[in-house]
Design a protein around this ligand. Structure first.
Ligand SMILES: [Zn+2]
Length: 283
């Protein structure tokens, strides 16, 4: 589904929800400098540059099946590295299957990466082109692992559905004008959110690339099946600008704006990127 859901827009507030020490989520250790995340010693690291001409059309790749229950949306919080929207993953109600996946993967959270300026921000690049931001919907393999924390570190544990954001028409579901309401952070440093259906963030075109890679934040585990939408999602430039008003720093400390929370491209190391669509002959 690609229908907009203006009834339940994402509202982003600067300073919203600094990291909660009591969080049970897998968290990045902060601050994460680009130097820290640029070295891992692994052979299947992410992100990568997707070279269209080098990707291989795989006719066996099925369309991705996406089914999200808006009622499973729980909260939005500032992890200290990006802002994240979390979902109830105790049951199978929200997730993806098909595509390159052998199992159903449950939706856990989604988050964005973005730059200080429009010329950078996406983690993946396409033919060397960098977009101002990138959206990651993180899912885990509950058929194979009892808990998300184990899936993060396990073979075929995660599936991340990714798409780049490009400047264009305003995206109503990504309503981010409500940046003057920093008081919406609850005592436990999260804000309740929902219902929200993240399928309204997906592009209309279902074509994708897929490859085996890693998390782009610590622990950089090579557990991720990446599914990257070919079509970028259009958002207004002002909507990306609103991300840049968020803060890395906790409330009460010197303000440090949350920008450039993206990892540099990693070497392909012999991996093959498959595409669900035939490449353009003239491409
Ligand atoms: Zn990410």
């Amino acid at each position: 589904g690609t229908g907009l859901d203006p009834q339940h827009p994402i509202k982003i507030s600067p300073g919203l929800c600094p990291p909660s020490p009591s969080s049970g989520s897998v968290r990045v250790s902060l601050p994460v400098s680009l130097g820290q995340v640029s070295k891992s010693g692994g052979t299947r690291q992410s992100p990568i540059n997707i070279q269209r001409r080098d990707s291989v059309y795989d006719p066996h790749l099925q369309p991705l099946r996406v089914s999200y229950d808006p009622a499973s949306c729980r909260c939005i919080w500032n992890t200290g590295y990006f802002f994240q929207v979390e979902f109830d993953d105790a049951a199978e109600q929200s997730g993806i299957s098909g595509g390159p996946l052998e199992n159903h993967y449950r939706l856990r959270q989604f988050h964005f990466h973005w730059g200080a300026v429009d010329e950078r921000g996406s983690e993946h690049t396409v033919d060397g082109h960098t977009y101002p931001a990138e959206l990651h919907l993180v899912h885990w393999n509950a058929a194979k692992y009892p808990a998300y924390e184990e899936a993060v570190l396990g073979e075929k544990g995660l599936a991340v559905l990714a798409m780049c954001l490009q400047a264009g028409a305003r995206h109503e579901a990504l309503q981010s004008t409500d940046t003057r309401a920093p008081g919406s952070c609850s005592q436990d440093r999260r804000a309740a959110m929902g219902p929200f259906n993240p399928s309204c963030l997906l592009p209309a075109c279902q074509d994708y690339w897929t490859y085996s890679g890693s998390l782009t934040t610590p622990p950089l585990a090579e557990s991720v099946t990446w599914i990257i939408q070919k079509q970028p999602v259009e958002v207004a430039a002002s909507q990306v600008s609103a991300f840049r008003e968020l803060l890395f720093s906790p409330l009460g400390e010197e303000e440090e704006f949350m920008v450039d929370n993206c990892r540099p491209r990693q070497p392909l190391m012999g991996r093959r990127v498959r595409s669900s669509f035939r490449p353009l002959k003239w491409g």
